[in-house]
Write a protein that binds this ligand. Structure first.
Ligand SMILES: NC(=O)C1=CN([C@@H]2O[C@H](COP(=O)(O)OP(=O)(O)OC[C@H]3O[C@@H](n4cnc5c(N)ncnc54)[C@H](O)[C@@H]3O)[C@@H](O)[C@H]2O)C=CC1
Ligand SMILES: NCC(=O)COP(=O)(O)O
Length: 347
């Protein structure tokens, strides 16, 4: 790590330019500038214009990728936010997607990964991008999670969202055994190998990145009523139960499979550090219902730290103008990245 001082350096990719990503990235980076050295990654001219419309007091300074690669990140204090310039191809109309900008959005991620690997950044925080626009630009893309795994040569990663409903309320962590898959492909993806790897990553990162000495993991079934003893599906009996028995034999406190519709009651959650759900829309609606606007998305299993927001591009808000988007989740994503950087530095 190049910056062991009190303010870790975070690459903040600004996401889909027609969405709320640029606004929330600027606002959160500025609000937390005393705690984090945020470096925005996006189109410098567009971000400068956006910042001036949000608040003329916000100071951004552009840096070219050529200068960055030649000399590294220059010193900067809390009075300015550097922007690494990754120019867009097309003019941005807020709320209106343009596939012409898809490749530039992906280039911001590439630069953030390069910067983590080069030691310029301690972590990546991503604002939301529009997955369909990258695909419309001709690049098969299902999400940051899978892209970061591929680009870092990581065979398996785990998506986990975490948050609290409010101050003093219990913290909820929901990890997913599968990520962005059509629902029809989920059962086939839930193999013994997948579950073994997911449970190992979840257990290891809850210990190593979140300081939980003996994490307690509750695991959902796939089918209604966790398969009702095989009458409503056999994945629990054939795959999930053996994977849990094997995980327990490896010293992992993972219990289940429990019916997903009852597991999220507070009386069960109070004895858990995380829930492992089998697929995206089984776990995330619960988390978002409880914590939307304060949740954080964390990619586990990567060789670098990556956090993100709990929401999407909100094109509807972006189309209406600046000042409507809540940047609470973006700020929380920065705070969680800071805490993960610091806990990595002490382990
Ligand atoms: N990490 C990422 O890059 C993510 C990207 N997405 C992308 O976002 C696109 C749009 O997703 P949707 O399902 O429409 O969800 P969305 O989160 O963009 O919007 C759903 C609703 O929540 C509101 N909302 C979202 N964020 C808000 C904020 N910060 N403040 C106030 N209101 C907010 C929106 O206005 C909308 O009414 C998807 O097609 C997907 O590609 C979605 C989730 C995560
Ligand atoms: N619903 C969360 C989500 O889709 C996050 O996707 P990504 O972080 O992989 O881009």
């Amino acid at each position: 790590m190049n910056h062991p001082g009190p303010r870790p350096t975070l690459a903040v990719t600004v996401g889909e330019p027609a969405g709320i990503g640029p606004e929330i990235a600027i606002r959160a980076a500025w609000a937390l500038r005393e705690q984090a050295r945020c470096v925005l990654v996006g189109d410098a001219a567009f971000l400068s214009l956006t910042a001036s419309l949000i608040d003329p007091a916000i100071r951004l300074s552009a840096l070219s990728t050529m200068a960055l690669r030649h000399s590294g990140l220059p010193h900067f204090g809390p009075t300015t936010i550097p922007v690494i310039d990754v120019p867009l191809e097309a003019h941005v109309a807020p709320g209106r997607l343009d596939a012409a900008n898809g490749r530039a959005v992906l280039a911001t991620l590439d630069l953030a990964i390069e910067g983590c690997q080069a030691g310029w950044f301690d972590a990546i925080v991503t604002a939301p991008l529009q997955k369909s626009t990258i695909n419309d630009a001709g690049i098969a893309f299902s999400g940051h999670t899978e892209y970061l795994a591929e680009k870092t040569g990581t065979s398996r990663v785990v998506m986990m969202l975490a948050g609290s409903p409010g101050a003093g309320q219990p913290y909820l962590r929901v990890a997913l055994a599968t990520t962005h898959l059509p629902l029809k492909d989920v059962p086939a993806a839930l193999t013994r190998e997948t579950l073994d790897q997911v449970l190992d990553i979840l257990h290891a990162d809850l210990r190593g990145k979140f300081g939980l000495k003996a994490p307690r993991i509750l695991v959902t079934g796939l089918n209604p009523h966790a398969g009702e003893n095989g009458y409503l599906g056999r994945e629990e009996i054939d795959v999930i139960e053996p994977a849990l028995a094997a995980a327990q034999a490896r010293g992992i406190d993972a219990r289940g499979p429990y019916p997903a519709d009852t597991l999220f009651q507070p009386k069960y959650l109070q004895d858990a550090d995380a829930v492992l759900a089998m697929y995206h829309d089984q776990g995330l609606p619960v988390l978002k219902h409880a914590t939307f606007g304060r949740g954080v998305n964390i990619t586990l299993g990567l060789p670098l730290i990556r956090t993100s927001v709990d929401h999407g591009t909100a094109l509807d808000l972006a189309a209406q103008g600046l000042g409507l988007a809540d940047c609470g989740s973006m700020e929380e994503a920065i705070r969680v990245a800071l805490s993960m950087v610091r806990s990595r530095a002490t382990t």
